[in-house]
Design a protein around this ligand. Structure first.
Ligand code: NAD
Ligand code: ZN
Length: 237
């Protein structure tokens, strides 16, 4: 089976990958769903929302500061590296990621659509200015030096629209890819949870890499129940 599946990936011209938090787990970045993702016993779902930020920007800013501290020293793992390497061999390729940690680019991936934004980007809710900031904020919640407005992370919160550029690129790729690899995502966050079905409906082969079963498993042509840092290098070799 593995050789057949490896052949699908090797021989296709157009390859799409959808990655989730699980791909960064072996780098030490906590996933949302799992005990490591909890902060002060709070569910991320109750913090990563516009309503939470409006109600308590300090608390949400504090949580992001904690997440950024945990991610700052994390390095890409062999799963990230395998995805960067396969990109070079494909004329048509897109890595659609729900991850906000930026590790795919650090690993060398270039054709990346960050559909949930990037945790190192900060955006002013007052004047809209955006910049990359890797350092801790001295004061929470952080404020804009220019206008005094509250600064928020450049990520997509639950209930918010996806950025049109990356999500448009993702939809276009799903409408033409021959193979879709879905790696390290619980596939419960919309709209990415529907991406596999979109590709499958038009005849793409769908391959899942995840130690656990997910809602997408049932429609997959192949599933690998293992860690992405081990499975992806073997699959993409
Ligand atoms: P999730 O936390 O909901 O699910 C993680 C999935 O990864 C699970 O299905 C789990 O079984 C699987 N997994 C765990 N370890 C793995 C491994 N070693 N190899 C492969 N799979 C593994 O993550 P999600 O589906 O990406 O959705 C969560 C949301 O949270 C997204 O919106 C994302 O933007 C955000 N988030 C991002 C990061 C990050 O940037 N690294 C981390 C946490 C959450
Ligand atoms: Zn401002």
């Amino acid at each position: 089976m593995k050789d057949t599946v490896r052949g699908w990936v090797r021989d296709c011209r157009s390859l799409c990958v959808l990655s989730g938090a699980g791909v960064s787990a072996e780098s030490g970045v906590p996933t949302f769903r799992g005990p490591q993702g909890l902060w002060k016993q709070q569910d991320p779902m109750s913090l990563a929302t516009p309503a939470a930020f409006e109600a308590d920007p300090r608390e949400v800013g504090d949580w992001y500061q904690w997440r950024r501290q945990r991610i700052r020293d994390c390095a890409p793992n062999p799963g990230h590296a395998a995805l960067a390497a396969v990109e070079a061999a494909k004329p048509d390729f897109l890595l659609v990621t729900q991850n906000v940690d930026g590790l795919h680019r650090v690993a060398g991936s270039r054709r990346v659509a960050e559909i949930h934004g990037n945790i190192w980007v900060v955006r002013c809710t007052g004047c809209g200015a955006e910049r990359v900031e890797r350092d801790d904020f001295a004061k929470l919640p952080p404020r804009c030096a220019a206008c005094g407005g509250l600064l928020r992370p450049g990520v997509v919160w639950f209930g918010e629209e996806l950025p049109p550029g990356p999500s448009g690129a993702a939809m276009e790729m799903l409408s033409r890819c021959e193979v879709l690899i879905v790696a390290g995502t619980s596939a419960v966050v919309t709209p990415a949870s529907g991406y596999a079905a979109v590709a499958k409906r038009r005849g793409a082969r769908v391959i899942e890499v995840n130690p656990d079963e997910t809602p997408v498993s049932a429609i997959c042509d192949a599933t690998f129940r293992g860690k992405s840092g081990e499975v992806l290098p073997a699959l993409l070799k």
